[in-house]
Design a protein around this ligand. Structure first.
Ligand code: SF4
Length: 468
């Protein structure tokens, strides 16, 4: 008989413990990733109720959000950051949880270290107290960002109460043009479907463009599913997935790996799988894409003019004007040529080795424009080491970029890396909300790492295809 279930349905069913009175499902969580910001209150809740961590061997901690990326000497100058560090160290010690601390090469941004260590595997359910947990869906896992009280639920019971979302299949056909990257693909999808478009859905990304992507590129796409309103996003596991996981420290080894791999591949949505909705885009139509506003759907192709307010539905026009006012941009003008003050390459969206390679290719032999501060922040210590083995640090430093230690850095600016005043930042991160990068009036333009490198060199938003 034909199996009409898609991957999401299969994984959900395999992890369902029971249906609750509320109609929600109690879902078993295969992997729980924690970090220093959303875990202290959750551990406090456990202590209050005299509870243990139910599955310490399925719980892994790292430090990323608040760690400085220049001087990492302890105690940190920021006392709140130091308190959070001490808290996660004590909590992991007391509750028997493995911590990838600053003195451990495995440390880095939570959504980079999980896959890097082989912790994230197809068919898993993954939870983490961070919105961009959807990243792990790149492996054919279903991965949810959760709040602090849910972190406590997962620590205590290894389960979550959740309503099952619908599933939308998003196909991108054909091929990407040169200079167009995974970041452009997801910005294009969010632009077309809107920041609310995915509410109530899980997104399945399928089609030739995703089939051809590396795991790192798939992670970039899945990472931003949440920015399109989706509860999570995933790509079906294939040989690319299996090859990426093979040999990683927490992956199954030997014959066990082969058995696991054939099971992983069997989870993929079949050709007859049912979906609640389907949309399709042509890869050839996607340009290097840049955000101009205060949410990730407010984006355009680099050669386009900023959209006219009158072309938006009447209900949206007030918000569009607000975005233009905040960003000091105007309709019918090009985004290309917008002056920048800061360039940030990093984050769980684009802080992987392939991102640094793409940016270094643009930066090689050139120099950052005068008055632009440019930062390269590897997503993990292992990414940093790999980049240094390849000499990428030297390329960036010769071009005038600052080469930093691993962390979230200017993505969220809960650490010393912050915008000042009205600075404009070309950023490879995932959110351009007002104040996101540490200054209440700072302005963020999201784009691919290659486009950030090009903007850093030109001192303004530019088309990377004209620079390499
Ligand atoms: S890089 Fe940004 S989005 Fe990713 S985990 Fe850190 S703060 Fe969150």
């Amino acid at each position: 008989m034909t199996d009409r279930r898609n991957l999401f349905h299969k994984v959900w069913e395999l992890h369902s413990v029971r249906t609750l009175e509320s109609g929600q499902t109690q879902l078993f969580i295969g992997l729980h990733l924690i970090h220093e910001v959303t875990s202290p209150q959750a551990f406090a809740m456990l202590r209050d109720r005299n509870l243990k961590v139910a599955y310490p061997d399925r719980t892994f901690a790292t430090v990323d959000h608040i760690v400085p990326t220049d001087l990492q000497l302890r105690p940190f100058q920021d006392t709140l950051a130091e308190e959070m560090m001490s808290a996660i160290e004590k909590n992991c010690r007391d509750f028997g949880v493995t911590l990838f601390n600053l003195n451990d090469k495995r440390q880095g941004v939570v959504h980079i270290v999980g896959p890097e260590q082989g912790l994230t595997q197809p068919g898993m359910t993954v939870a983490c107290g961070d919105s961009h947990t959807s990243t792990h869906g790149a492996f054919g896992a279903i991965a949810f960002g959760i709040g602090t009280s849910q972190v406590a639920d997962v620590l205590a019971t290894q389960t979550l109460a959740m309503a099952r979302p619908k599933v939308r299949r998003i196909e991108v056909t054909g091929k990407l043009r040169p200079g167009v990257f995974a970041k452009d693909v997801i910005l294009h999808i969010i632009r077309k479907l809107g920041v609310q478009g995915g509410v109530g859905y899980a997104y399945e990304y399928a089609g030739e463009v995703f089939d051809r992507m590396s795991m790192e590129e798939r992670m970039t796409v899945c990472n931003m599913s949440i920015e399109g309103g989706a509860r999570c996003g995933y790509v079906n596991p294939d040989q690319t997935t299996v090859d990426y996981i093979r040999g990683r420290p927490f992956a199954p080894q030997g014959a066990e790996f082969d058995r696991a791999a054939s099971w992983w591949l069997s989870l993929a949505s079949g050709p007859d799988a049912d979906f609640d909705d389907r949309v399709s885009f042509a890869g050839e139509e996607i340009e290097p894409t840049v955000t101009w506003g205060i949410n990730p759907a407010q984006a355009i192709g680099i050669s386009e003019l900023l959209p006219e307010v009158a072309r938006f539905p009447a209900d949206d026009q007030k918000g569009i004007r607000e975005a233009y006012d905040y960003m000091s941009l105007s309709e019918n003008t090009p985004i290309k040529g917008t002056k920048i003050d800061v360039a940030f390459i990093g984050s769980c969206t684009n802080g992987r080795i392939s991102d640094l390679r793409e940016a270094a290719q643009v930066a090689r032999g050139k120099h950052v424009a005068p008055d632009v501060k440019a930062l390269v922040v590897p997503g993990s210590q292992l990414v940093r080491e790999q980049a240094m083995r390849e000499g990428l640090d030297k390329i960036f430093e010769a071009a005038g970029f600052q080469w930093r230690e691993a962390g979230c850095s200017m993505c969220l600016a809960m650490n010393p890396d912050k915008l000042q005043g009205r600075e404009v930042c070309a950023s490879s991160s995932n959110r351009n909300f007002k104040g996101r990068q540490g200054s209440p009036t700072g302005r963020t333009l999201l784009m691919s790492p290659a486009m950030v490198a090009a903007a850093a060199i030109a001192g303004q938003v530019t088309d990377v295809r004209e620079m390499v």
